[in-house]
Design a protein around this ligand. Structure first.
Ligand SMILES: Cc1cc2nc3c(=O)[nH]c(=O)nc-3n(C[C@H](O)[C@H](O)[C@H](O)COP(=O)(O)OP(=O)(O)OC[C@H]3O[C@@H](n4cnc5c(N)ncnc54)[C@H](O)[C@@H]3O)c2cc1C
Length: 483
């Protein structure tokens, strides 16, 4: 979108017959599911990207702010966080008295952290000068280096469940709150400050809208066209060779495939050093997810988003990230978007999406064997803990994804949220948008800077587009107005 709007001739190669990747729609007999993302956060980044492409987002998408944002269901307590301060404080008074001051402190301190960190997320880190920039030095004291997210939330709240209510967001990065760097306390902050959005028709509509704008601007979108390998001349990328054998030359090449997969499969063997296959394998990765997409012949009385915490959440986290086994007592997330969006299922029916964080494919779990039993465990949990009585009898369509399914979609280790966001894999230390190892080549997407998640992958695209534009002396207007 951005490059085409600035006059570049752009061709996109997508192996699937549709756009979207992890953010594509799954259609099945009148039911429509989002494959991956269901929370749209920091919507202002998307607004800006459309604006920079000369478009108004409202002409393409209907985004609805959800209030309350979601329900958090513990065994004995239920919270429905909202961006409305008074309503939020009333809930704290009811369930976690004496935490008003902690909430206000959280919002004030994390606002400051967000405003210091945000410029660092937008840098391209093409040179060490940017790493040592004024912005970075201003942000450094706010990175809570050496502290975990759960520890940082301890500055505001004492009760474990309240801390979890403001740290479960580390799962968006596929990380445990006990390992996730404390700096990511900006994640719950951006939710509470800017809210969470649904996109009518599903979040996959964002991908469709971008494809539409791209086509309007002259992008040649070649679907069902897999890339086999980059074409190299020395250390310069000269274009791509397609699976069909066709060779397409280009002045600049942008790689959006999953980072680990791309390094190991799209770059000719023996070329890379820093990102050689062994090195890429040795990096830290996010967890994976087991998914159920259920087309139901009824609608259950559940909010748009509900997160169910395992009774022993700490043990569940340890199962996923340390011992790498499947938990008996699972945490799971249910998205019941049909209560907001009637277009997702036939009248009176609903399209329900269930996500269960599980170990990635570095764990020795044989999914061909475990799939059915685990699916039954999830359905039993939905019936018992989510109040979805007789669920089994109401399933008209069912699709399950295991970590193996994600891996088959060219995702390294089936790590749905890409490279982990440990301090050693963040900012200057995350794969940069100007590829360090090859010329005329740029990297975008969740495995690259600034990270996994829709707003950040759009930011990676914007950074890459700006780098290319500058290289060719093409002027552009930045609409980045939030900080
Ligand atoms: C289950 C799940 C839930 C999530 N929830 C949220 C959420 O609520 N909010 C949020 O903001 N983010 C969420 N995310 C994260 C978000 O979806 C991702 O960060 C983002 O969609 C990743 O985009 P990407 O472009 O990096 O990768 P992808 O979407 O995987 O794009 C890579 C593309 O490359 C294509 N490709 C691969 N190999 C080739 C090849 N050889 N030739 C041609 N094309 C190829 C793929 O088909 C794909 O279209 C979620 C992710 C998952 C999986």
């Amino acid at each position: 979108m951005l490059l085409a709007a600035r006059g570049f001739k752009v061709t996109v190669f997508e192996k699937d017959p549709h756009v979207g990747g992890r953010n594509a729609a799954i259609l099945r007999n009148g039911y429509k599911f989002d494959t991956g993302p269901t929370f749209l956060m920091m919507k202002f980044i998307l607004d800006e990207v459309f604006e920079e492409a000369g478009r108004r987002i409202d002409d393409y998408l209907k985004c609805v702010k959800l209030e309350p944002m979601y329900r958090l269901q513990f065994e004995d307590v239920r919270l429905e966080p909202t961006t409305n301060r008074e309503a939020m404080l009333r809930q704290l008074d009811t369930h976690f008295p004496a935490n008003r001051a902690g909430y206000d402190k959280f919002m004030a301190v994390e606002k400051e952290r967000f405003h210091r960190m945000y410029p660092c997320l937008q840098k391209d880190y093409a040179s060490v000068k940017q790493y040592l920039s004024k912005d970075m030095l201003r942000a450094l004291p706010k990175l809570s280096i050496g502290r975990s997210l759960i520890s940082v939330l301890g500055d505001y709240f004492r009760e474990e469940k309240l801390k979890l209510s403001f740290t479960f967001q580390s799962k968006y990065l596929g990380m445990s709150a006990w390992d996730c760097p404390g700096a990511f306390a900006i994640l719950p902050y951006v939710e509470h400050a800017f809210g969470v959005y649904h996109v009518m028709g599903g979040l996959s509509e964002i991908s469709e809208a971008m494809a539409k704008v791209g086509r309007e601007l002259g992008v040649n979108l070649r679907l069902a066209t897999a890339v086999k390998q980059l074409l190299l001349e020395g250390r310069s990328v000269r274009g791509v060779q397609l699976a069909s054998g066709e060779r397409v030359l280009a002045d600049e090449t942008v790689l959006n495939a999953d980072f680990g997969y791309a390094m190991k499969n799209l770059v000719p063997p023996g070329v890379l050093k820093k990102y050689s296959p062994d090195n890429v394998d040795a990096r830290q990765y996010s967890c994976s997810t087991f998914m159920l997409y259920l087309g139901l012949d009824k609608t259950y009385d559940l909010p748009h988003h509900t997160i169910f915490f395992a009774g022993d959440y700490r043990r569940n986290i340890s199962d996923i990230f340390q011992t790498k086994v499947l938990s008996e007592d699972i945490s799971f997330y249910v998205r019941n978007a049909s209560i907001t969006d009637l277009a997702l299922a036939p009248p009176g029916h609903s399209a329900v999406y269930v996500l269960v964080p599980v170990p990635n494919r570095t764990a020795p779990i044989d999914w061909a064997k475990e799939n059915t039993a685990f699916r039954d465990r999830v359905v039993a949990a939905l019936e018992k803990r989510a109040g979805m009585t007789d669920l089994q009898q109401h399933i008209r369509e069912e699709i399950a994804f295991t970590p193996q399914t994600w891996q088959n979609m060219n995702i390294q280790f089936g790590a749905t949220f890409n490279l982990a966001h440990s301090l050693r894999q963040m900012l200057y230390f995350r794969p940069r948008n100007k590829f360090e190892e090859l010329d005329n080549c740029y990297l975008v997407g969740g495995g690259t800077h600034p990270g996994s998640g829709l707003p950040t992958i759009y930011e990676s695209g914007r950074i890459a587009a700006n780098l290319i534009s500058r290289r060719y002396g093409v002027q552009f207007v930045s609409r980045n107005t939030q900080v």
